[in-house]
Design a protein around this ligand. Structure first.
Ligand SMILES: [Zn+2]
Length: 172
């Protein structure tokens, strides 16, 4: 059983790998000499040493390049990673950020037409009527107020809990 969390480049958890594989990914470079993965979280009390390398013991590593993944369970979507429609609705418990009613859509707080991005911080659950009312405007321009500020779910805590849980399973 692996104990190192492998993250996509957008920080979506992809699965667990063993630490030997994680270390070898950290020191592997592609054809252009660029490392294929970066250290995301390390165990401060441990170091991996060999005659040729010395690296912090990895708890989570992140791919340098994004890879397409077909199956990601609802928990992962909720807990972190790429901001998806489902993930944003789950984070906001399917409530509209403007009126608190059940939400079916997501709103770009800063509209895409003004450079708003598909990030956790710029996306919020929204009901159809508020979405139509706000249209391509900022909330203040539409006379609307955010009931909460969209945020990125805490992935660090998730990483630690997931790794700890796997370690407990492995030693049971
Ligand atoms: Zn609404």
């Amino acid at each position: 059983v692996g104990s190192v969390l492998l993250l996509n480049s957008c920080e979506t958890p992809l699965g667990l790998i063993d630490w030997q594989r994680a270390v070898s990914m950290l020191v592997t470079v592609d054809a252009k000499g660029v490392p294929i993965a970066h250290l995301h979280q390390a165990d401060p009390d441990r170091t991996v040493r060999s005659p040729s390398i010395e690296v912090p013991f990895p708890l989570a590593i992140k791919l340098a390049r994004w890879i397409y993944v077909k199956h990601i369970d609802g928990r992962d979507r909720f807990e972190g990673g790429c901001a998806t429609r489902q993930g944003v609705l789950a984070r906001d418990r399917h409530r509209c950020v403007y009126c608190g009613m059940p939400a079916e859509t997501i709103d770009h707080v800063l509209p895409t037409s003004r450079g708003g991005l598909n990030t956790w911080e710029n996306l919020a659950a929204c009901c159809r009527s508020c979405n139509n009312r706000k249209a391509d405007r900022l909330p203040e321009e539409a006379g609307m107020r955010l009931r909460w500020h969209p945020y990125r779910p805490d992935l660090t805590g998730y990483t630690q809990r997931k790794v700890r849980r796997e370690q407990q399973l492995a030693s049971a």
